[in-house]
Design a protein around this ligand. Sequence first.
Ligand code: GDP
Length: 350
Amino acid sequence: GLGAGGGADLLRARMRLSLQERLWAFYRERVNIPGEEQAAARRAALDICAELRVFLHAKLPDMPLREMYLSGSLYDDLQVVTADHAQLMVPMVLEKNLWSMVPGEDTIMNVPGFWLVRRENLEYFPRGSSYWDRCLVGGYLSPKAVLEVFDRLVAGSINWPAIGSVLDYVIRPVVPSETLTLEVQYETDRRLYVDFLPLLAMEDGGALIAKPHRPAAERHQNLWRQSFRAAETARLRALDREDGGCRCACLKLAKAVCKLNAALQRLNASQLTNALLLLSDTEGDWTQEALADRFLQLLRALVRHLEAGRLPCALNPKVNLLCELLEPEVDELGYTLYCALSDPEGLLRT
Ligand code: GDP
């Protein structure tokens, strides 16, 4: 018959099974967004994007921009719970000979993952030679000043009520907002938040985005944030494709849990994605049946990272994805996840 140890194993197996079932049920019922809802949100975002393109072309034909486009989890099937946000990417064109990108670790601030964009050759090409010289602060292109340019336009000179009534939406800029965000009410009970995200293409195919470093200290004001989103999302998808794995499902579960639990809202998609990528380096079994084990392992890994105050970016280990969290925030996240380890199902009761 079963010894004491065997009984405990069996019990543990049964508990794990039930967590497994609960996770998949939660996934189907809360995490996953119905296709119809996603389509409606995408349509609303596209309508806004089209209006803005027309407006910017007409109003500011000189502004050196490439075509704006929509991006984010809504377009990668990685959004969870409600289809309620998207990014409107605004690619800015910089003259090659007038600007250079300085990595954050080579500056006095020493922050890998952030960059300064320095104006060059001012003696031959004086201030005003580049359209973006109006956003210079102390010799550097200021993302804050860039956002202010767009803010004046988007919040100040676009007649949103008029556009909204044509589209049958209620559109209003969100104030105050750290980035620049439009709230679009496209059905009585459905809202979409569209973030304006100016970006600069890098030579290696990467991008810098105008999303401020937090906490927003004076000395960080000119920093551009390197975006790893496209590369890390692609890597996660590729791994799942190779072995039919559940990494994306695991990520979406974690994102939903963080979105629905107030104490975990500070954890973002990038931190969760990278913790998963790091876990993938050492863990090979991502079959559907392993979901509960991998989910618990992800929680444990996050607790460890928070304790160490360090979560390296899988694409550039010098970047610490926890560097923008304040100490009390790290403590709260760590404590909440640590408690969740002994009652993971509590995370699903929201
Ligand atoms: P979600 O918002 O948690 O569903 O996750 P996303 O994967 O959509 O990430 C969106 C967040 O990543 C926003 O806060 C963006 O500011 C930030 N972000 C950083 N780089 C990028 C990028 O290249 N594209 C988009 N869309 N967002 C980015």
